[in-house]
Design a protein around this ligand. Sequence first.
Ligand code: SAH
Length: 346
Amino acid sequence: MSDFARHLAGLIRADGPLRLDRFMGLANAHYYATRDPLGAAGDFTTAPEVSQLFGEMIGLALVDHWERSGAPSRIRLVELGPGRGTLMADLLRAARVRPAFGAAAHVTLVETSPALRARQAAALAGTERLDWAEAFETVAADAPLYLVANEFFDALPIRQFVRSHGRWHERFVGIGADGAFGFTLSPALGPAEGAGGDGIVEVNEPARAVAAAIGAWLNRTGGLALAIDYGHARSAPGDTLQAVRAHRFADPLAEPGEADLTAHVDFEALARAAGATAHGPAAQGDWLRALGIDARAAALARARPDRAETLASGLARLTDPAEMGTLFKAMALTGPGGPLPAGFGS
Ligand code: SAH
């Protein structure tokens, strides 16, 4: 057992089983604080690490919306969970087609991991008006909001409610007779009324709180928020808690703090919590194509024939339905009366 797992076991021995969201929150905080999890040598690879095209298309989508909103001279450009800072660097480079966008932007990165903050500072060296925040809710909503969150909401801790024999229980993590972590259920919370058999319902409370803050900001100042993640367009029951380590699925309880714990994003719940105008979610492949990723890849390949193969394989990985094209989805939120965001049809 790692020191961290021993620490969790000590908490359980002292106070009893940990509610799943507490367990997941503690495990992920340790996981992200102690490593750079991304890339071939890490545990998982994200879209911005697959190809520069991803961040570039997002940059162009934000610039397009900003311009059609009257090109405000001050905006907040916020990224939630920026990883290595690659997406923001690619976004800002593509946004140079309209220098006034970069000049208007105050960039805030919402990141809790000191290890990843250091990576982000290196990737964005030379960026003016750049700062960090621990939580989105602490960022001053003093200008139109332009926000991007890629694979952020899936890392936030969920609660799971289990319907069994006509009653609801909540999932906790305890320690079994064998000394290993294991799921336990709370005593019954109450009767499970209505239709539906046994099953699990997930609730991501921090995701809903962040979405509500985003929506309130957009409704006040306008702007555009883009959330890209894997998940489902409509709320649906099911256990989606998973752990990924070294590019493979792992047991979520086996080595807490050593694997990335995630759950599918419920886009319908996010949109409802935001209370702003929602567009999509669209399949990532369809959305990137509608934004013009094919033309951009072709233009870059003409300029840099030596990179044509890399660009083509990155494009395929981002858009192919058998790769990230369908499982991953993009949703946009806008304020009332704002322009329609590009990429979502009409
Ligand atoms: N967006 C990046 C990284 C995704 S990994 C990419 O696409 O490559 C998840 C990111 O969210 C990491 O940067 C992680 O440190 C951050 N993160 C996880 N939980 C967080 C929290 N509660 N608050 C802020 N950042 C968090």
